[in-house]
Design a protein. Structure first.
Length: 293
């Protein structure tokens, strides 16, 4: 008998305690295969140099160039109006499973949600790793500043939806609630054995939600297929730091022209509402980047 999905309370408690929580087998069967087919097509197009919005090696943080000659590790802007597989990616982003889980995690209603980022993390062309980091707190922030930022309420959800088995993400459980220890602060940014670290092992169809300020890194094997949908969704009323974290990825320049009216059922209305709430945050033209490489 299939087990019942974890309750919103259980998911929220685990995310709060550990800084991450996995929903096993959230997607399967023909639906997962449809997402995989779209991901393969978008990856092929990007590797061939026919999609300008990519994450290029060896750069960790945006902005990235359009040059594929050193290889790529991500495909950006899956909901961009020019993305041929845009509709299928939108059907995964605005999927009722995602909306129900995220409104549960953020204790909000669908009408509070804001469209944010939707990218895909892929097998790099060469082995490659990210430095230990928190997404929106730079490493030079002193402990008191880190603690203050980490106490701020969660106004967004961030997830990895693995379309193939994926063991690339490494986290330090619980580190989203405290300043870095002296060891973590002074460690080699590429330390392979951080005390307490956990390699997050996901199967195809699993969705992992994580606090983006947990201490984490990515370690990528160029031989292991990876197509992991990497998304964020916010709730309206977020502050400037959140706007910067989202808009630094360049979404402000095209989000207004994205079309969601062709989505099935009530997904279209939900998507348009979320798009409108993003537009209310501005274009991001005057915002700086969160972190530099
Ligand atoms: O590969 C991953 O899952 C993590 C990516 C990451 O840490 C980042 O984009 O900042």
């Amino acid at each position: 008998m299939p087990s019942s999905p974890p309750s919103a309370d259980a998911l929220r408690a685990a995310l709060d305690r550990d800084g991450f929580v996995c929903i096993p087998h959230a997607f399967s069967g023909p639906e997962l295969e449809k997402f995989q087919a779209a991901a393969r097509a978008a990856t092929e197009q990007a590797r061939a140099g026919n999609w300008p919005y990519i994450r290029t090696l060896p750069k960790q943080f945006p902005p990235w160039s359009h040059d594929v000659s050193n290889g790529i590790w991500g495909v950006q802007h899956l909901l961009h109006p020019d993305m041929p597989e845009r509709k299928t990616f939108a059907e995964s982003y605005f999927h009722p499973t995602m909306l129900d889980t995220i409104t549960g995690l953020l204790s909000c209603e669908r009408d509070d949600l804001v469209l944010e980022l939707y990218n895909m993390l892929i097998r790099p062309d060469k082995d490659f790793a990210l430095r230990w980091h928190r997404d929106d707190i730079p490493p030079d922030v002193p402990a008191a500043g880190e603690e203050a930022r980490l106490r701020e309420p969660m106004l967004h959800a961030q997830w990895n939806l693995a379309l193939f088995d994926d063991a690339s993400l490494v986290v330090v459980p619980g580190s989203h609630k405290r300043a870095r220890t002296d060891m973590e602060r002074n460690a080699d940014p590429f330390e392979d054995d951080m005390p307490g670290q956990k390699i997050v092992k996901m199967s195809a169809g699993d969705v992992l939600f994580y606090n983006n300020n947990i201490l984490h890194r990515g370690v990528y094997d160029s031989q292991a297929e990876r197509m992991t949908l990497h998304g964020t969704m916010g709730i309206s009323g977020a502050d400037t730091a959140r706007a910067r974290n989202i808009l630094q990825h360049g979404i402000g320049s095209w989000a207004a022209s994205a079309t969601f009216t062709d989505l099935p059922g009530d997904m279209a209305a939900v998507a348009v509402g979320m798009q409108n709430r993003l537009m209310a945050m501005g274009s991001g033209a005057d915002l700086e980047y969160s972190q530099a490489d």
